[in-house]
Unconditional design. Structure first.
Length: 290
């Protein structure tokens, strides 16, 4: 009897150890939580705010990584396959994610579906601009759709986005300049919402190299606009922004497309909302708003 009991206890210990090392930690299936896989930060942020107490939210794009060119490991594809909900952007924003979504067994939500999309210059000509989260009004529509999929009330976050929209409307109402010079064409929706004009050095893909003629055209546009600031972003080299700024005698500053947090931003506790307010402050300074 004693020997049998000892053997039973050893078997139980081995089984428990195997369960712990299989990845079923606090955020896995053993916790009783369903899983949401989000393609990149803004979608992960919304999912956490809406359903973080009931779902384990998994952001496919690591901190500090530029999401447009994300490559998926076999493990990441398996996470998409097994997730209860997958949130992603179609229209070529993250081709590897869009391809892997076809293998998902849970619910999938392309957050661009049904939104009033604009077109912008992509690598293969005009294409749909995916940067809808930079417009608080459009992002509130996205939040509502995510709320419906995860069965959570979007109301608190939608209220905060409406407040953010009011702050942008007030803050950008009276500005000496209206042209926003950016390193890539991520701010089209924001510019249109608040009566600004985006002058982008490159198209929708941030690391695309403009042709010499295209770069010369941008320099001419910037000179004509009398812009004093050329904006760059933290996740991409500022080289092109620096080049244009030198040509026109302007300075450079950060305007964050909020496609992902840097490790430093994570440490500081930055969120979508804090970064959007930092963007507003940067725009007001660059455009000489009263």
């Amino acid at each position: 009897m004693y020997r049998s009991a000892v053997i039973t206890r050893i078997v139980l210990i081995i089984v428990c150890a195997a369960a712990l090392t299989s990845g079923c930690g606090a955020n896995g299936p053993a916790s009783g939580k369903k899983t949401v896989v989000a393609a990149f930060y803004p979608l992960a942020y919304a999912a956490e705010r809406l359903a973080g107490s009931r779902y384990a939210v998994d952001n496919l794009t690591p901190p500090g990584a530029e999401p447009h060119d994300l490559e998926l490991t076999a493990k990441a594809v398996a996470r998409i396959e097994s997730a209860d909900v997958v949130l992603y952007l179609g229209r070529g924003f993250q081709p590897a994610v869009s391809a892997a979504v076809d293998q998902a067994n849970g619910k999938t939500l392309d957050i661009l579906q049904g939104l009033p999309l604009h077109t912008a210059q992509g690598q293969e000509g005009l294409t749909a601009d995916p940067h809808v989260w930079l417009d608080p009004v459009l992002f509130s529509q996205v939040v509502k759709r995510i709320g419906a999929v995860v069965h959570a009330s979007p109301t608190p976050l939608v209220r905060e986005l409406r407040q953010l929209d009011r702050e942008y409307r007030r803050g950008l109402r009276n500005c000496a300049r209206k042209d926003v010079v950016t390193s890539h064409a991520a701010f089209g929706y924001l510019a249109r919402r608040y009566g600004l004009r985006q002058v982008a050095i490159t198209g929708l893909t941030p690391e695309a190299e403009p042709a010499p003629q295209q770069l010369a055209n941008v320099v001419r546009l910037v000179r004509r606009s009398h812009a004093t600031t050329v904006f760059f972003e933290r996740l991409v080299s500022p080289r092109l922004a620096d080049t244009v700024a030198r040509e026109v005698g302007a300075k450079t500053a950060v305007l964050d497309p909020i496609e992902g947090l840097t490790p430093d931003e994570q440490k500081q506790g930055d969120t979508y909302l804090t970064l959007m307010r930092q963007n507003l402050a940067a725009l007001r300074k660059a455009l000489a708003c009263r």
